[in-house]
Design a protein around this ligand. Structure first.
Ligand code: IMP
Length: 184
């Protein structure tokens, strides 16, 4: 599928599922070299990161405890400018090596907020990995250690990312089409 319609908008294929798979293999190999013989807690930021997390951890060759935190800062195609965190239970990460797994860093607001929360629970190290980053949209200073793909600041869906709750199940990543004409 090269073009999809979600709600009222058309999206074109931007990163294929094969290209994502290849990149994740490389990211997993890098983490495996770095954390060999260590025990690590991977924390995925829901909802968007669930597919990236599922694929990435299967390329992580070290002891891994998998957890999730829920954050929301987007409505439709725009950041609301505030982050809502929903984290059941106490986050005790004292002396743990933590990998924070995010789907996309746009303004950096969500990641800045989540990183502060994680650092407050005294991990022994923190590594931030995001599948996508829009460097031109970054407004908040935030730690980013590994990026799958740097992309322009256009809206994308698929592979876990949504447009108003739809599109997460698309196997590739699709970008908002510059041509919204249904006749294309
Ligand atoms: P930030 O807080 O502005 O960095 O935005 C991060 C969050 O906004 C991500 O976790 C996504 O949920 C959402 N987001 C940002 N850009 C996009 C996009 O292009 N498509 C879908 N969701 C996005």
């Amino acid at each position: 599928m090269n073009r999809v319609k979600i709600h009222d908008k058309y999206f074109d294929i931007y990163i294929t599922k094969e290209a994502i798979e290849e990149r994740i293999k490389v990211l997993g190999a890098g983490l495996s070299a770095r954390f060999r013989d260590k025990k690590v807690v991977a924390i995925g930021v829901l909802n968007g990161a669930f597919i990236f997390m599922a694929d990435l951890i299967r390329h992580c060759n070290f002891d891994l405890d998998v957890r999730f935190i829920k954050a929301k800062s987007y409505e439709g195609m725009h950041s609301t400018g505030k982050v809502e965190i929903d984290q059941p239970g106490h986050l005790d990460l004292t002396d743990e090596h933590v990998i924070l797994v995010e789907d996309i860093i746009d303004t950096g607001l969500t990641m800045q907020y989540v990183v502060q929360k994680i650092l407050a629970s005294n991990p022994s190290s923190l590594t931030v990995i995001t599948l996508l980053q829009k460097p031109a949209a970054l407004k908040h200073k935030v730690q980013i250690d590994e990026v799958g793909f740097s992309i322009p600041p256009a809206f994308v869906v698929g592979y876990g990312l949504d447009y108003d709750d739809l599109g997460r199940n698309l196997p590739g990543i699709y970008q908002l089409s510059s041509n919204q004409n249904p006749e294309q």
